[in-house]
Write a protein that binds this ligand. Structure first.
Ligand SMILES: [Zn+2]
Ligand SMILES: [Zn+2]
Length: 264
């Protein structure tokens, strides 16, 4: 059974393990209706909207994925600029119920603690990356970028196969290491939020601590490569692209060949 179908049938989205708090009913009901900037329809004809905010010195793409006005929302990779993110949430009358981190680099997690404190939502991150949320390195580099990184009160570990349900949208957690050991991507049919795994015409660095080019290529081949061509790749930096475009033109991925299928 294809991944998309499996995700769609997932009963509800609960993480497998909890770090400090709420193991419970996390329910993100994301979804999509009137959007701030982007207004879409998923392959399942579910209304979806999301907004991309460019944040911090490294121009990180922070995504707000939300439901209707006055509905639940999640924020992916808050690099900082908490006021800016909160203001966007308020503008659409969204309630942030989860903060999702693709990996633990400072340009993706520095704002997680502050945003969690501001909106009262837990932070979701792979266990292998959680130590970076408020490590001395993150605090130091965060300060250099004007962000006071703090440890969130609630941290929930997520791992491959977990599903995060926000309204009618289910985000499946894919463990996609290589850039970092605990890097994850979030997939819902038509959309892949992949952090620093794949960029337009490039891939994430693998020469940093814990990185592995072989691991990254394996993750792309095993977790991403069979997705449909029109899957929108929403990366941690730079413009969005599609899997089809990267299949054809990304020089780093040419060795992966064609996908085994184009299901869904
Ligand atoms: Zn990174
Ligand atoms: Zn990054």
């Amino acid at each position: 059974m294809g991944r998309a179908v499996r995700a769609h049938l997932a009963p509800a989205l609960y993480p497998k393990t909890a770090a400090s708090a709420a193991r419970g009913s996390l329910l993100l009901g994301i979804l999509c209706r009137e959007a701030l900037d982007i207004h879409d329809t998923t392959p399942y004809n579910l209304r979806m909207f999301l907004e991309s905010l460019t944040i911090g010195m490294l121009a990180t793409n922070c995504y707000v994925v939300a439901a209707d006005k006055r509905a639940s929302a999640v924020v992916i990779d808050p690099a900082g600029e908490t006021k800016k993110i909160v203001s966007r949430l308020h503008r659409a009358e969204l309630e942030c119920v989860g903060i999702l981190c693709t990996h633990g680099h400072v340009d993706h997690v520095a704002g997680a603690g502050p945003l969690s404190g501001a909106v009262g939502a837990p932070v979701y991150i792979h266990e292998a990356e959680a130590g970076a949320l408020a490590s001395p390195r993150t605090r130091l580099l965060g300060l250099a970028g004007g962000v006071m990184a703090t440890r969130p009160d609630q941290v929930i570990y997520m791992d491959d196969g977990d599903c995060i349900e926000v309204g009618d949208i289910i985000l499946e957690v894919l463990h996609t290491p290589g850039h970092t050991p605990g890097g994850v991507s979030f997939y819902t049919p038509g959309y892949l939020f992949c952090g620093d795994l794949i960029f337009q015409g490039s891939i994430g660095r693998t020469d940093l601590r814990g990185g592995s080019l072989q691991g990254l290529m394996r993750a792309v081949r095993e977790k991403v490569w069979d997705m449909p061509d029109d899957t929108r790749i929403l990366p941690g930096h730079g413009p969005e692209t599609t899997l089809g475009e990267e299949r054809r033109h990304n020089p780093f991925l040419q060795g992966l060949g064609s996908s085994r299928s184009r299901r869904l």
